[in-house]
Design a protein around this ligand. Structure first.
Ligand SMILES: [Zn+2]
Ligand SMILES: [Zn+2]
Length: 222
């Protein structure tokens, strides 16, 4: 959550963060308060918590969007899809091997059996646009943390969902399958920083920030 973007939303936009799984991943419910149309981004698990938040907000979920294929972001996607009857959209197809090995990741990390392999209805590519009510989210392919990582940018709101690419004061880890530090730095410098210092972002773990704050102070971007 950032200063500029509160739970009640600004400029007709709502964000609800639901921390899920033992990794405390920020599952995000993005919604249009007027039409109550919503998307759930990165339902990593604890699907009952996500469903309770959806009910509390009174929103109608139209789709599940995935930033990337890691277990803590995609492990609850199939269960949520079945509960809500909506499509899973994203990430980029390069993360297919991660998505199809979530159950193996669960064994590796020693986490519960509720997390399942995810099979998106549609993968995403650089330059696509996703609609949510009147909002338009541009898809940017930002590999490095994982090969198929995408981020979602709403240009008019100056809002970015950065997934695990960029955090407040840190960046995504690159020691997991398909990760590459130089590629991640290039994604941040060539795709994220040019969006503008005034862009506020939320991310997969911890608090959000702004692009400008990270450009000036993030130790990984020196
Ligand atoms: Zn990740
Ligand atoms: Zn993560």
């Amino acid at each position: 959550m950032t200063d500029a973007l509160s739970n009640s939303g600004s400029d007709g936009f709502g964000i609800e963060i639901v921390p899920v799984t033992q990794f405390q991943q920020n599952c995000a419910i993005l919604f249009d308060p007027g039409t109550k149309a919503a998307v759930v981004v990165d339902p990593g698990g604890d699907v009952e918590l996500i469903l309770a938040a959806v009910e509390r907000l009174g929103v109608t979920v139209e789709a599940i969007w995935l930033t990337h294929g890691h277990i803590d972001h995609a492990g609850g996607a199939m269960a949520l899809k079945e509960k809500l009857g909506v499509e899973i959209v994203g990430p980029h197809e390069a993360d297919r091997p991660l998505l199809e090995n979530i159950e193996k990741q669960a064994q590796m990390f020693g986490v519960g059996g509720a997390l399942r392999n995810a099979y998106p209805d549609r993968f995403l590519a650089e330059g696509e646009t996703l609609a949510l009510g009147d909002l338009r989210f541009e898809v940017l392919h930002c590999p490095g943390h994982s090969p198929g990582h995408v981020v979602f940018f709403e240009r008019s709101l100056r809002f970015l969902h950065a997934g695990d690419v960029l955090f407040a004061g840190s960046i995504g880890r690159t020691d997991l399958w398909g990760g590459d530090h130089a590629t991640l730095i290039r994604s941040i410098k060539e795709k994220v920083l040019p969006l503008g210092d005034d862009v506020s972002f939320i991310c997969g773990h911890g608090p959000g920030s702004t692009v400008g704050r990270e450009r000036l102070s993030n130790p990984f971007l020196r």
